[in-house]
Design a protein around this ligand. Structure first.
Ligand code: MG
Length: 263
């Protein structure tokens, strides 16, 4: 205790909202973070919905959130491509909403696999046999990097889990016998450094990362040397926590108890 925290990276789904419904006490938790003077940033692994969509959803759930306070797996992937593969043509297996984020940032999206310099895989509700075949064609060239937006294998919804980007990346890994080279969303070092940069570069240990997933939120914080806080309002129950090699610094029933960490 006694750590003077400067910033908080906060997960969205399962941490402050469930669908469009605010999680009990999340408003109190966010007020405590503001009251302690921490800068905050919301980081989500959703590759399709853009920051303004988060602003709208969170505002209608009763939270005062600005689009400028949001990073998504879509913005993280777009910035990674711009930094590492500027001017290259991207072949995308993913949703049109992600392709728009790329083209809006000046990134060329290939229509034909033969045009591709980079291959990106992400959640795609129309994922098909043909997509796997295109993956085989593009990734047959070992020089073409294989990039994924986020590793989430399933996404919890009101009606049960649905397949996420991780499931599609896994299918393409299987058929191509290649492993994804880089994941851009949580828990990558790319999104961690993007977040710290956005927060004005606090010392990592003075930055809290608060989320409901061990393999994304808590692993991101662990790798970056941040102070990690698992909240049990989402996907991680006691059994998953006990079975995991990833150990959060703090475990809270919900973000409403964050004042225990802030001291
Ligand atoms: Mg979450």
């Amino acid at each position: 205790m006694g750590m003077d925290y400067q910033a908080a990276i906060i997960d969205v789904d399962g941490t402050i909202v469930r669908g469009d419904t605010p999680i009990d006490g999340a408003d109190r938790g966010l007020s405590a973070i503001d009251g302690a003077g921490l800068d905050r940033l919301f980081v989500s692994n959703n590759p399709t919905k853009r920051p303004p969509a988060y602003e709208r959803r969170l505002t209608s759930a009763g939270f005062d959130v600005d689009a400028a306070e949001v990073i998504t797996a879509g913005t993280a992937t777009t910035s990674y491509l711009d930094e590492e593969y500027h001017g290259d043509t991207v072949y995308l297996v993913g949703e049109a909403e992600l392709a728009e984020q790329f083209t809006d940032a000046g990134i060329t999206v290939a229509n034909h696999p033969t045009d591709a310099d980079v291959f990106v895989a992400s959640i795609d509700f129309a994922f098909s046999y043909d997509d796997m075949q295109q993956g085989l064609r593009v990734l047959a060239d070992p020089e073409v990097p294989f990039i994924g937006t986020d590793p989430d294998i399933v996404i919890p919804t009101d009606t049960g889990n649905i397949p996420g980007s991780g499931a599609i990346i896994g299918a393409i890994e299987t058929v191509t016998e290649r492993s994804v080279d880089v994941i851009c969303g949580k828990p990558s070092t790319h999104v961690a450094s993007m977040a710290l940069d956005r927060l004005g570069d606090p010392a990592p240990e003075r930055c809290l990362v608060i989320g409901d997933r061990l393999d994304t939120d808590i692993l991101l914080g662990d790798r970056a040397g941040m102070t990690t806080v698992l909240v049990q309002t989402g996907i991680t129950d006691d059994r998953r926590l006990a079975d995991s090699p990833i150990e959060p610094d703090y475990v809270l029933d919900s973000i409403s108890e964050i004042d225990c960490v802030l001291g």
